[in-house]
Design a protein around this ligand. Sequence first.
Ligand code: HEM
Ligand code: HEM
Length: 184
Amino acid sequence: MPETLATYDPLLRRIHWATALLFIAAMLIGLYCGLQPAGTSPRRELLEIHKSLGVTLFLLAILRLIVRGRTTAPPAPAAFGAIVRALSQLNHWALYALLLIMPVTGYMFSSAGGYSLRYFWTFSWPRLFAGDKAIAHAGEITHDTLAYLVYLVVGLHVAATLWHEFIKKDETLARMWPRRVDRR
Ligand code: HEM
Ligand code: HEM
């Protein structure tokens, strides 16, 4: 009899790993660009990619929340105590929140500040709020401040996964990345 394991919905799992890849790329590009002087190359070009990744992540997050709402998440692993369960839920909520807030604040900053919003070398997104300095400022401050929370929350998320996989050797990663079980 094959071992059975409760896992996340297959589509949700695919979106999770696509998000993980794109999000970490956007985060690292943002970090690099934040350290470079404004108006220099390759900051300008990399920011275009950063913004396009950000918009893609926003659309993926909406799709993901719809899939999440329509499917059943596996119950927390039995080995999780009440505190671990609460902390992991808090971490996941923070990740979902950042997936929505980071693109919105980045868009506020770029569109109100009159910066380019070209999507992967193709068309340009409309610049709502063009010229509204208050919106541009609020977007910039929030985006740059929340960047620190991004590093912390993503860092904890990845560290927790490594801890479960290599130290606790439990089924946490297999719920999102099935191995022997539930291969479709
Ligand atoms: C999930 C999506 C996103 C993440 C995780 C993210 C993350 C970051 C991070 C970590 C930084 C570096 C902050 C700093 O050191 O100052 C940054 C900078 C920046 N982001 Fe994003 N971002 C996202 C989406 C967007 C979007 C959609 C836009 C615009 C449409 C955008 C526009 C910018 C700009 C213009 C900067 C440079 C800010 C500066 O140098 O002051 N971001 N982002
Ligand atoms: C290499 C990087 C990553 C690894 C190894 C990883 C691993 C995992 C694992 C094992 C789970 C299942 C945890 C459980 O069931 O308790 C999970 C869930 C989750 N991950 Fe990640 N992850 C990564 C990156 C990310 C990124 C960058 C984001 C978002 C910005 C993210 C967002 C989430 C969310 C929101 C959940 C909860 C799923 C739900 O309940 O709908 N992950 N991750």
